[in-house]
Design a protein around this ligand. Structure first.
Ligand SMILES: *[C@@H]1O[C@H](CO)[C@@H](O)[C@H](O)[C@H]1NC(C)=O
Ligand SMILES: *[C@@H]1O[C@H](CO)[C@@H](O)[C@H](O)[C@H]1NC(C)=O
Ligand SMILES: *[C@@H]1O[C@H](CO)[C@@H](O)[C@H](O)[C@H]1NC(C)=O
Ligand SMILES: *[C@@H]1O[C@H](CO)[C@@H](O)[C@H](O)[C@H]1NC(C)=O
Ligand SMILES: *[C@@H]1O[C@H](CO)[C@@H](O)[C@H](O)[C@H]1NC(C)=O
Length: 567
């Protein structure tokens, strides 16, 4: 920590770190076969991609067009995966037993062809231990296992008892979500006792209409859930079903779909684990303007704002910073260092299928693709956190329905883009995009020595110590050393649901690293995680670890109570 402050000071004084000339690079490898509208890191070798069944080149063994696939990071090829129900624009999370749950989806497109209506869908995938994904299948039993109400564009969040909280959504294709089509409610999988087949209505989501799809949601160290939709925010108490409003996003900026901005819970650090939420991009357009009055050239916002969710932090309010460019539909990728990469999207316009006044021209609701990433340096002083230095430009527009996720190797998979309601190949302004890219940090580009986790436990229990065998290149030992426990999230529509980074307490002696697991299930909801080492800003590859007892949800409280300041 002290070292990092010193580094910041040196940078402030204009003294460049000669060793660290950050030069990220794009590498393009392979074709995704389906559009990774949803992208989830499954294992060291696999990424799961969920899409829709509309003209994709990848075929299932029975000859049908695939709408889901496993992407192999070693061969850069997709393997089709099938589901019964339509996975398009679903939400989800890993739950406490390591199963990835995807919920909701789109209505029936073609009664004569699979997939079936996805809106009540609950799809269970894995755990998948085969490196190639062999025998890893989606389990569904639509008759017996389904949501209480039809949803599309909902958020899925793993909560402290290890189960899934399902928040909001719509039930038909819409730009603005309002009136009877808006599913302004919350439900759980598995259901809470006595709530089977029912939902909890949400006044907050109703107040956030018509910009309230994929509400950005985070589990706080108190166990409460912080939710952002449109330009309003609240804390939700799961146990008492109470909503408490917190300050609006400043300056009228709206960040849920279809004005997709992105949000991240910044790293949680011991001993207090004070939560700060960062919100970047979106649009300050007045949501009373009808869709026919909007244009693809309406500027997005360049605002990033953050708030610390403690009594003192809320009293201070939101702290506003400006990105070098305006951004909508942008992804935010939490890096093991605690910095956040902002990537993809456009400088102007909105999300959604072509529907704004001039969308005929580009067959999109957005224009002016943002081709260069922006790095948010979390520990830098306010005003100096956002930079594009060292980040390359891409030549591939990543518009609506693109995605980006950290991989186990520690680089960023960037894929997708399809603003059209079908596969549309060139020539068109923003064709359906199957090309996959990786954005490599400088140390991957140059094959520099990185920290290595040689041996690690596959499971850690709350508040208990565990031992790892590691190798840290001596040149990196002079700097700050951190152990990052991460959920890499369920990525879709600028939303990285469940993304989480907890810095672990540790002792490093030679090649032996002793870590202490998070104190309890509010700090890290029980379920799968990735461990990364960060030495002097260079991170290792990640190893997978189960946090908690690995049992089916709901899990009882695990670990110890600690003093916290989180709301
Ligand atoms: C997949 O299932 C088949 C048939 O049950 C089995 O023979 C094979 O070993 C399995 N492969 C893996 C990697 O588990
Ligand atoms: C949030 O949006 C509402 C409705 O459009 C508006 O009245 C309010 O002033 C906005 N809040 C802020 C802080 O801009
Ligand atoms: C939007 O509405 C305003 C107010 O009526 C009007 O001045 C403006 O020209 C409209 N813009 C478009 C693109 O329709
Ligand atoms: C890094 O390693 C890869 C794979 O061995 C090689 O293709 C590449 O040229 C190396 N890059 C540098 C800068 O040494
Ligand atoms: C995980 O828990 C869910 C909810 O109880 C259950 O449906 C699923 O089968 C479990 N997964 C495994 C691998 O047992």
């Amino acid at each position: 920590m002290r070292m990092r402050n010193l580094l910041s000071l040196l940078l402030v004084l204009g003294v460049a770190d000669a060793q660290r000339t950050t030069q990220w690079t794009f590498v393009q490898s392979g074709l995704s076969g389906v559009i990774p509208v949803e992208l989830i890191t499954i294992s060291p070798t696999l990424m799961l991609m969920y899409d829709r069944a509309d003209g994709n080149p990848l075929l299932l063994p029975n000859g049908e067009k695939a709408w889901a696939a496993l992407w192999n990071l070693e061969t850069n090829t997709p393997t089709p995966v099938s589901s019964i129900t339509d996975t398009f624009c679903a939400g989800g999370a890993f739950i406490s037993n390591g199963t990835l749950v995807s919920v909701a989806g789109q209505p029936l497109e073609d009664p004569s062809q699979p997939p079936a209506d996805g809106r009540l869908g609950i799809r269970l995938f894995g755990p998948c231990t085969s490196p190639t994904g062999e025998n890893c299948t989606v389990f569904e039993d639509p008759e017996h296992i389904h949501l209480a109400v039809t949803r599309w564009y909902p958020t899925g969040l793993r909560i402290p008892d290890g189960s899934l909280m399902i928040i909001g959504g719509s039930n038909i294709n819409t730009f603005y979500n309002t009136g009877p089509i808006a599913m302004d409610s919350i439900e759980f999988f598995p259901s809470k006792p006595g709530e089977e087949g029912t939902v909890r209505p949400s006044q907050f989501l109703l107040d956030a209409e018509p910009v309230n799809m994929f509400p950005r949601s985070f589990v706080l160290p108190s166990g409460h859930v912080f939710v952002i939709a449109n330009n309003i925010t609240m804390i939700y108490d799961i146990d008492t079903d109470t909503e408490t409003r917190l300050p609006d996003i400043p300056n009228g900026v709206r960040v849920a779909n279809p004005f997709d901005g992105t949000a991240q819970l910044l790293p949680l650090s011991p001993p207090l684990y004070e939560p700060t939420v960062l919100v970047c991009g979106g649009s300050a357009t007045d949501d009373a303007r009808p869709v026919t009055n909007l244009t693809t050239l309406d500027p997005a916002t360049n605002q990033c704002s953050r708030i610390t969710l403690t009594a003192a932090g809320v009293a201070r309010g939101w702290e506003v910073e400006r990105m070098p460019e305006t951004r909508i539909l942008l992804e935010s990728v939490m890096l093991p260092t605690g910095d956040v990469l902002l990537i993809n999207g456009a400088k102007t316009g909105y999300s959604g299928y072509p529907s704004v006044s001039d969308s005929n021209a580009t067959q999109s609701n957005a224009a002016n693709p943002a081709l260069r990433g922006i790095l948010y340096r979390t520990e830098f002083p306010a005003g100096q956190r956002l930079t594009q230095d060292g980040l390359p430009s891409s030549d591939i527009p990543r518009m609506y329905h693109s995605s980006a996720s950290l991989t186990a190797q520690g680089n960023i998979m960037v894929a997708g883009s399809n603003p059209h309601p079908a596969v549309v190949l060139p020539p068109t302004t923003f064709p359906t995009e199957f090309r996959v890219q990786y954005l490599n940090p400088d140390f991957i580009t140059t094959n520099a020595s990185r920290p290595v986790i040689r041996k690690a436990p596959t499971q850690i229990h709350f508040n208990q110590k565990a031992s790892l065998s590691v190798t840290i290149p001596p040149s990196l030992l002079r700097g700050d050393f951190k152990v990052s426990l991460m959920d890499l999230g369920y990525v879709t529509h600028a939303q990285h649901s469940n993304s989480r980074l907890v810095f672990l307490e540790h002792t490093l002696r030679g090649n032996t690293l002793e870590i202490t697991a998070p104190p309890n299930n509010n700090i890290y909801p029980p379920g799968p995680a990735w461990l990364f080492l960060v030495a002097d800003g260079v991170h290792s590859e990640g190893v997978q670890v189960m946090v908690g007892d690995g049992g089916d949800p709901p899990r009882a409280d695990q670990g110890i109570k600690i003093h916290i300041t989180s709301l």
